[in-house]
Each structure stands twice: as C-alpha cells, then as structure tokens.
Design a protein around this ligand. Structure first.
Ligand SMILES: *C/C=C(C)/C=C/C=C(C)/C=C/C1=C(C)CCCC1(C)C
Length: 239
C-alpha cells in the first residue's frame, strides 16, 4: 500500500531521503568491490548488505509513518537487529584482512549488540518499563565500547603493521561511541524527559542511521582503496 507523501511531512521526507541514500550507497559499495584487493572484498560486501537491508526497511518504515503517523518500531528494530551485528562483523573482518583474529572477538561484539537491542526493543514496545530497560541496554553498549577500545580487538589492532587498517579501526571506534550515542540520546529524550514526540524521535534515529550505516561503510571503503593502491604502487616500484 503506497500513500502519498505530503510536502509538509518532514519526518516522511527524511525517511524518503535516507532510503534513497541507502540505495545509492549499496550500489556504490557493490561496484567498488571490484576495485579493491581480494582480502577487502568481504568487508565491502558486508557494507553493501548493511545499506541494502536498511534501504528495504526504510521503504516499509516510510509507509508506516506516512499512513499512520506512528513510529515503525518493529521494522526499526528488525533492521537494527540485522544490521548492527553486521557492523560488528566489520571490526572482525577488517582486522582479519591483515591478522589472525580469534572468534571470541566476534562473539563478544555480537552478544553485546543483541543484549543492547533486546532491552531497547522491550523498552520501546512496553514489554518492560522504558526507564528500566535503558540501563542494561546502556551497559551492553558500554561493553561493546570496552571491547573495541581496551579488549582483545583493540590489542590486535595496536599490534598491526598496517596503517590503513589502524586508521579505519580508529574512525570506526569513534562512530560506535560518538555516532551511536545519538540513539540512546534520542531514547532518553523520548522516554525520560517527555521532550520529544514520535516525529522528533524518528528524525533523530534516521539521521543516526544515515551516519552509522553509510559513513561506516565509506570509512572501510577508503581504507580498502588506500591499502590496495599502496600495495600496487610498491609492486610497481619493486618490479
Ligand atoms: C544501523 C543501526 C545502528 C548502528 C543502531 C544502533 C543502535 C544503538 C546503538 C542503540 C542503543 C540504545 C541504547 C544504548 C540505550 C537505549 C536503547 C537503544 C536501543 C536506543
């Protein structure tokens, strides 16, 4: 069922804009996959899958919003439940492109994100008190941050000889702390202060998704291209 998007519906327009940006990003990551060295290809595939899954969910979310003016919470969390673990896989993949990484790194990040989103969903849908669910969700996010800043993943990254991976890793950790902070902020404003209506919360979540899904992929893409180009340059020099 398609409903007409009215020009005064800013929230609906933000759903529309971001769904198109996600489609374009998907095409970009899949095409650019051809350009990078073999060890980077899986990372770019996963970046494209993240934006593809999100784009499809944004089509549905936009329809729910335009038709009802209500938050598409179920679609939102299904999207996050699929894409956040894939973003966590990216940490594992970029390190694995240049080093041997134990599977525990992947599992800890995966479990952290499932706990974080599970409590968020319970809070937003009234399965439990939104004010209580906030705290275990924050703790799980804190656990993820600890793992990438101080845990095994960070120690592996510190020991690498590849500056491109290290730079990408650093920017990705910034996105997971500063970029992801927009989500709990939106939740907090929505459920603790009565300061935000459904429209404001959706705009906050939409802007956050734009950054954390597209920019995240672009950072990985940039590292992949820089690393691929530097290897090609050095092989030309030595031959
Ligand atoms: C592509 C989607 C992404 C990166 C979604 C990330 C979502 C979060 C980091 C959500 C975090 C939350 C908390 C830390 C506490 C309150 C509840 C949540 C789920 C909004």
């Amino acid at each position: 069922m398609t409903h007409n998007l009215s020009s005064g519906d800013t929230v609906g327009m933000s759903f529309w804009l971001i769904s198109m940006a996600l489609v374009a990003a998907t095409a970009f990551f899949f095409v650019e996959r051809d350009r990078v060295a073999g060890k980077w290809k899986t990372s770019l595939t996963v970046s494209g899958l993240v934006t593809l899954i999100a784009a499809v969910h944004y089509f549905y979310m936009r329809d729910v919003w335009v038709a009802t003016g209500e938050s598409p919470t179920a679609f939102r969390y299904i999207d996050w439940l699929l894409t956040v673990p894939l973003l966590m896989v990216e940490f594992y993949l970029i390190l694995s492109a240049v080093a041997k990484v134990p599977a525990g790194v992947f599992w800890r990040l995966l479990i952290g994100s499932i706990v974080m989103l599970g409590f968020g969903y319970a809070g937003e849908t009234g399965l439990m008190s939104a004010k209580i669910a906030f705290w275990p969700s924050m703790a799980a996010w804190g656990f993820i941050i600890w793992e990438i800043f101080k845990g095994e993943a960070s120690r592996i990254n510190a020991g690498l000889a590849n500056p491109h991976v290290q730079k990408a890793y650093k920017t990705m950790t910034l996105l997971v702390t500063v970029g992801w902070a927009i989500y709990p902020l939106g939740y907090f404003v929505g459920y603790f202060t009565n300061g935000a209506d459904a429209g404001t919360m959706n705009i906050i979540y939409n802007v956050a998704d734009f950054w954390n899904k597209i920019a995240f992929g672009v950072v990985i893409w940039a590292a992949a291209v820089a690393d691929t180009d530097s290897k090609q340059a050095s092989s030309i020099k030595t031959s």
